[in-house]
Design a protein around this ligand. Structure first.
Ligand SMILES: C[S@@+](CC[C@H](N)C(=O)[O-])C[C@H]1O[C@@H](n2cnc3c(N)ncnc32)[C@H](O)[C@@H]1O
Length: 302
């Protein structure tokens, strides 16, 4: 922000913030400036645009100025506000978890569609609370997939695994915040290793595993490469290395007719789809994201 001679009002603060973030090459700079001002003032967007002449108090100007400087230097907006919306729910995010991405909502859509089709095939009623379903979310991170499924399927029980205990702490807080803590069991585990000891088989296994190749690191946006946890980003040198073990474990832990839903990296499909061998899997389907990239691979255990 420029040094102020007159009191700073909302309209001027926004205009200057747009210019500053645009000059710094921040993607979606308008949205970022709005979110940071909303955060600094503790107001929503409707209030900002309904009160363009409102004077901003000094301590809020200082806070907003420091948030803008950090955003211009590459820190993700969500790390500055501490939150991200996913599936119309608000999630806490910290440096220990991947920021939930909009394309991951396709994982939820595909999982719910596949479960609904299974119910219809079985001749059961279509309004369905997931009563008795056993679900696993592998690599839960912020818990966004597990929590969204728990909200949609209040009768289901979910095992949410992650290799990072710090991520699991965030996921637990998100489950509490969304009032689904009792439905989700959190396991510190490599993939499904710890679940393999449990005397249960799953109706649904979902996962958004790390899938970026280390050799692609230089092509990532600085917000991602320099600020999100490496363990959440990289799946190996190529990116798709974790899928083989994940698919083998899912094959062993799904019930017959159970469903596997995996998020894919932008170029993972040719390496991952052949892992779904015809002796174990049927009804293999691919769903593109809004950018036309094959994003979700789903299959049914024979
Ligand atoms: C791409 S992030 C996905 C997080 C969250 N599910 C989402 O969709 O936003 C991958 C997550 O998998 C975890 N992870 C990485 N390797 C793992 C492994 N071998 N076993 C279990 N979790 C792992 C990371 O800690 C991270 O939280």
């Amino acid at each position: 922000m420029k040094p102020q001679t007159a009191p700073l009002i909302v309209r001027t603060a926004l205009r200057e913030a747009f210019a500053l973030l645009r000059a710094a090459g921040v993607p979606s700079h308008t949205l970022a400036a709005e979110l940071l001002l909303m955060h600094a003032l503790g107001r929503d967007r409707t209030w900002l645009y309904a009160h363009p002449e409102e004077v901003i108090r000094d301590f809020e100007v200082h806070l907003f100025t420091s948030l803008l400087a950090r955003r211009a230097a590459g820190e993700p907006t969500q790390h500055l506000t501490g939150k991200q919306e996913f599936w119309s729910l608000e999630f806490e995010v910290t440096l220990d978890v991947l920021i939930p991405r909009p394309e991951t909502e396709h994982v939820i859509e595909v999982a719910l569609d596949r479960l609904a089709i299974r119910e219809i095939r079985a001749g059961r009623k279509q309004t369905f609370s997931g009563e008795g379903l056993q679900i696993a979310d592998v690599g839960t991170g912020s818990g966004c997939i597990a929590v969204a499924l728990a909200k949609e399927l209040p009768g289901a029980t979910i095992q949410a695994t992650d290799i990072s205990s710090a991520a699991l702490a965030v996921a637990r807080r998100n489950a509490t915040r969304q009032s689904v803590y009792d439905q989700i069991h959190f396991l510190e585990s490599n993939l499904l290793d710890e679940a393999s000891h449990l005397p249960l088989f799953f109706d649904l296994i979902v996962s958004n595993p790390p899938y970026i190749g280390r050799r692609e690191a230089a092509t990532l946006m600085r917000e991602v490469r320099d600020h999100e946890p490496e363990i959440a980003l990289y799946g190996g040198e190529e990116g798709y290395e974790l899928y083989a073990e994940l698919i083998a474990q899912a094959g062993a832990k799904l019930k017959p007719g159970g469903i596997l839903v995996l998020e894919l990296g932008h170029n993972s499909l040719p390496a991952v789809q052949p892992l779904l061998d015809a002796h174990t899997w049927t009804n293999v389907g691919v769903t593109n994201d809004l950018a036309g990239i094959p994003r979700v691979l789903a299959a049914e255990r024979l």
